[in-house]
Design a protein around this ligand. Structure first.
Ligand SMILES: Cc1ncc(COP(=O)(O)O)c(C=O)c1O
Length: 392
C-alpha cells in the first residue's frame, strides 16, 4: 500500500458524510448545508443535448476532446473575460476540475528535482496539496487570515518557499470562504510566481457564481494581458451550470503546459464521454440559465445572511460562491458543528478545509429556499432556548 494513503487518511469531507448518513438513517429530514453540491435541476436544454449527443456506437473519447467543445470553451472565455485563446493549443477539456487539479502535477513535478512543492491557501480545497503529494511532490499550505481577505499573497512569502515550488494555486471566488479577488491581486500573484519560476494555477470553478447584479469576478487570464506563460486556469461546469454529476470542465492557459497535459492525459483515461462533451457545448454557450441559478442562490443567501446578522454571528468573505462563512460562537468550529447537528442542521466545520479554517464554519446554500427558511427558524429557536449560543 502507498504509505501516503495511510498518512493522509480518507478524503477530509468523507468522514463528515458518514456521520450525516448515520443521522439521516432515522428518516427525519436533515437541513444539510455541508456539501457543495446544489440540488437545483440541470437545465432541460443541457439534458436534451446529452441525450441527443448519444451515438448508437460507443467509442473511446479522446483526451484532446471534441474540437467543437474546445471552440465553445474558447468562445465563452472570449465573451466572459474578453480574452482570446486558441482552442487548438490553449484549451483542454477535463472531466471536471477536481481530476484536472489532481493530475496536473503528474506532468509538472520532477520528483527528484529541486522544485517539488505546491503552494496553496489554508483553509482551501485539499486537492491542490494532495495531487502534488501523490505525484511525488510536497504540499506547502500557507495560512490565510480574515485580515488578508482570505487571499494568498505570494509576494509576501519567504522567497525560499517560492524557490522550492513547482506550482502555486490561487482560488477565487474561494472555497470555503467565498472571498473574491480583483485584477490587481492576480497581477501581483503572477508577477511573484513568474519571478520565482513557479506555475500559477488559478482554480476558477466558482467564477460565475456571484450575486446577480454584482460585478462578475475577474480571471487570471485577464491579468495575464495576452501572455499566458506559466498560467494554468481550471474552469468547471459543475457549479455554473448545475452539472456536478456530468464531470466536465476545462484547463486553459500556457500552450506548453497544455501540451504537457495532452501528453499526460491519454495515460489516465479520464476524458469525458462524447455525449457529456456535447451537453457541455450547450452549457458553455448559454448564460441565461447561469443567471437563473444565481438568482436562486441570492434568495437563499439573503435568508441565511439575514439570520446570521440578526443572531450576531460574524460573517467573513462570503462575497461570491454559494458558501457563507461564519465564525463559531465560542471559537470552536467542531463543537459548534456538533451542536448544530443535534438540531439536525449540518454545517461544515472550517477545520475540514485545513487548520486555517479552525474557528469558522461553512454553510453551502444547498437546501431549497423553503428549506433555508425552515433551517434558520429552527436555528433561531435553538438560540432562543439556550441550546445554541448567539443573540436572537
Ligand atoms: C475550490 C474547488 N475546486 C474544484 C472543485 C471541483 O469541482 P468539479 O470537479 O466538480 O469541477 C471544487 C468542488 O467542490 C471546489 O470547491
Amino acid at each position: 500500500m502507498n504509505p501516503l494513503l495511510r498518512r493522509l487518511g480518507g478524503y477530509p469531507l468523507a468522514r463528515f458524510q458518514d456521520l450525516k448518513l448515520q443521522l439521516a438513517a432515522d428518516g427525519t429530514p436533515l437541513h444539510d448545508f455541508s456539501v457543495g453540491d446544489p440540488v437545483e435541476p440541470t437545465p432541460a436544454f443541457i439534458r436534451r443535448a446529452l441525450v441527443e449527443g448519444l451515438d448508437p456506437v460507443s467509442q473511446y473519447p479522446t483526451a484532446a476532446g471534441l474540437a467543437d467543445l474546445r471552440g465553445a470553451i474558447a468562445d465563452w472565455v472570449a465573451r466572459r473575460f474578453g480574452v482570446a485563446v486558441d482552442p487548438a493549443t490553449q484549451v483542454v477539456p477535463t472531466a471536471g476540475s477536481k481530476e484536472a487539479i489532481f493530475h496536473i502535477p503528474l506532468a509538472l513535478v520532477d520528483p527528484a528535482g529541486p522544485k517539488r512543492a505546491a503552494i496553496w491557501g489554508d483553509p482551501g480545497y485539499p486537492v491542490y496539496g494532495r495531487g502534488q503529494q501523490f505525484a511525488g511532490g510536497v504540499s506547502d499550505p500557507v495560512r490565510l487570515t480574515p485580515a488578508s481577505g482570505w487571499r494568498l499573497e505570494l509576494g509576501d512569502l519567504d522567497p525560499a518557499r517560492l524557490d522550492a515550488a513547482a506550482i502555486a494555486w490561487v482560488n477565487h471566488p474561494h472555497n470555503p470562504t467565498g472571498a473574491t479577488a480583483d485584477l490587481d491581486y492576480y497581477r501581483r500573484a503572477l508577477a511573484a510566481a513568474r519571478a520565482a519560476g513557479v506555475v500559477l494555477g488559478s482554480d476558477e470553478c466558482y467564477v460565475d457564481v456571484h450575486p446577480e447584479g454584482a460585478a462578475p469576478p475577474p480571471s487570471l487570464l485577464q491579468a495575464a494581458d495576452g501572455d499566458l506563460t506559466g498560467v494554468l486556469v481550471a474552469f468547471s461546469l459543475s457549479k455554473r451550470s448545475g452539472m456536478t454529476g456530468y464531470r466536465s470542465g476545462a484547463l486553459v492557459g500556457d500552450p506548453e503546459l497544455i501540451a504537457a497535459q495532452k501528453v499526460l492525459r491519454p495515460n489516465i483515461g479520464t476524458a469525458s464521454p462524447d455525449f457529456v462533451q456535447r451537453a457541455a457545448i450547450a452549457a458553455w454557450g448559454d448564460e441565461a440559465h447561469v443567471a437563473d441559478r444565481r438568482r436562486v442562490f441570492d434568495a437563499k443567501r439573503a435568508i441565511v445572511r439575514e439570520f446570521l446578522d440578526a443572531a450576531g454571528l460574524e460573517v467573513s468573505g462570503s462575497d461570491a460562491t454559494f458558501y457563507v462563512w461564519f465564525a463559531a460562537p465560542g471559537g470552536d468550529d467542531a463543537a459548534y458543528a456538533e451542536a448544530l447537528l443535534a438540531q439536525r442542521i449540518v454545517a461544515s466545520p472550517g477545520r475540514a478545509f485545513g487548520p486555517g479554517g479552525q474557528g469558522w464554519l461553512r454553510l453551502a446554500l444547498v437546501p431549497s429556499v423553503e428549506g433555508c427558511k425552515e433551517a434558520v427558524a429552527r436555528w433561531g429557536d435553538a438560540i432562543s432556548s439556550g441550546a445554541l449560543p448567539g443573540s436572537p
